[in-house]
Design a protein. Structure first.
Ligand SMILES: [Zn+2]
Length: 469
């Protein structure tokens, strides 16, 4: 815990137990198991994950009407799931399936005691409701500590959360404001940051001196840009910064590191899925938390992707028995890491690459082919001077590409010409079908998350016009 006193640590543990005494107590148990798991050999780790997986299927079959029906219809029993590959005997579960199944996805009996209702944020379309069991809630707490420990940060460090959206802060968080303060967690809303708010925000961070900071990539990045334009205003030295929930481009990472003065680590998790993967100190891919969440990456036809091949991330929650999610489609696109060698950090947990966007983030060419967002992400991947970009399909045969430069920079004309030509070639509607525009700011959507590609029909605010310096 950095420089915290023993009394602060005690207080921290006490408050954590008081606000969710069961999750708090279970978190301690999980923390021990996770520490062991991180040290285990790959064979031992696999064996434990498989035990958890078979247990989830067993309990789902016996206690959850939806899964009882799914297995019965396929003439399966939990015994047929002997290995990870056997999971593919079960169908994928989409958000629509969850809505249709309703309470048939809830476990009967004791599995639901203490479970809480939650819902996904609005950025993924209609919110989906789900239950979170005490065990899963505890695993989330323990997994946070585990990940920070990977960076040498002990539990209980002062944390600043920087979020970009009002909507994604559930009402229950308000009730936790004071407990959070006691826990050393400060929540700062970075939505619609203008210069005045940035200055206030910097002051709050200077007073609070967070040891760790986390938030949406976009929110972190926007604040970082203000900091770089106003040098000397932010005076903190965090041990680690964690970016989550969005694609993190190298330019954004570098800008956040320069502004905050600490290393940035990417993290992947979602409210409906729980923790999925996180970067270690080596920052060469994200390690999957395979004792909490089992991950598959699948092609459009449902078959498994080879390493390096981008597909949809499908998860199975290994510790959720109140409302099991087995082979749940996240809508996120990513790939398995191609490295043959184990990670230099010493962890043997499998690695996946950074997110490559969302399943719905693609444009459709006039000939009917889909071009996924990652095509454009690659065009911009090492582009100097670009803070962010957005590809908007504005008609069946027209693309509009917005480019927002980093503060004080103007991307090279060659880069813009290259993006225009490569995109036009890929889109196949003639050289003039794609326009590339410099803009002052791409206005974020209501959730504060940035989307790289807006498909045809998506609504979006007009960007702020470019003003040549
Ligand atoms: Zn590693």
């Amino acid at each position: 815990m950095g420089n915290a006193l023993p009394i602060e640590r005690l207080l921290h543990a006490g408050v954590r137990h008081a606000i969710g005494w069961r999750s708090g107590a279970f978190a301690e148990l999980h923390a021990g198991a996770m520490a062991q798991y991180d040290q285990a050999s790959p064979a031992q780790a696999r064996a434990r994950s498989l035990r958890l997986l078979r247990h989830v299927v067993f309990r789902a079959y016996h206690h959850v009407p939806h899964y009882h029906q799914v297995l019965t219809e396929r003439r399966l029993t939990p015994r047929d799931v002997r290995d990870f590959d056997d999971l593919r005997l079960l169908p994928l579960l989409g958000r629509d399936d969850i809505r249709r199944a309703g309470s048939a996805l809830h476990a009967g009996g004791r599995s639901r005691i203490g479970a809480r209702k939650d819902a996904t944020g609005g950025s993924t379309g209609t919110p989906v409701e789900f239950l979170r069991s005490v065990t899963q809630a505890a695993a989330i707490i323990a997994n946070e500590d585990r990940t920070w420990r990977w960076y040498g940060v002990a539990p209980g460090a002062r944390q600043a959360l920087i979020w970009g959206a009002d909507r994604d802060v559930p009402p229950t968080e308000d009730a936790l404001r004071w407990p959070n303060r006691l826990l050393g967690i400060r929540r700062l809303n970075a939505f619609a940051l203008d210069d005045d708010r940035c200055a206030i925000f910097a002051g709050q961070l200077n007073d609070f001196q967070p040891e760790i900071i986390y938030g949406y990539a976009t929110a972190l990045h926007r604040f970082a840009q203000w900091t770089q334009a106003n040098p000397g205003r932010l005076r903190i030295s965090p041990l680690a910064i964690r970016s989550s929930a969005e694609v993190l481009l190298p330019e954004a990472r570098a800008s956040i590191e320069a502004a905050f003065g600490g290393p940035v680590f990417d993290y992947y998790g979602a409210r409906d899925c729980g923790p999925i993967a996180g970067e270690c100190r080596a920052r060469d891919g994200m390690h999957v938390y395979t004792d909490v969440t089992w991950v598959e990456i699948v092609r459009d036809d449902g078959s498994p992707c080879a390493p390096g091949e981008v597909g949809e991330v499908v998860i199975t929650k290994l510790l959720e028995h109140a409302m099991p999610l087995i082979r749940y489609r996240t809508g996120d696109r990513a790939a398995w890491h191609t490295g043959e060698q184990p990670c230099s950090c010493g962890l043997t947990l499998p690695r996946m690459t950074q997110l490559a966007g969302r399943v719905g983030d693609f444009v459709v060419t006039p000939k009917g082919a889909s071009v996924h967002g990652e095509y454009f992400t690659h065009l911009f991947y090492h582009a100097a001077g670009v803070a962010r970009f957005q590809v908007r399909q504005v008609a069946a045969d027209r693309l509009r590409i917005l480019v927002e430069p980093s503060p004080g920079q103007v991307p090279a004309a060659e880069l813009l010409a290259y993006v225009q030509q490569a995109s036009a070639d890929k889109f196949g509607a003639g050289p003039d079908a794609v326009t590339v525009e410099l803009v002052r700011q791409i206005v974020p959507g209501a959730t504060g998350k940035h989307r790289f590609v807006l498909p045809l029909g998506a609504t979006a605010a007009e960007p702020l016009a470019w003003m040549p310096q």
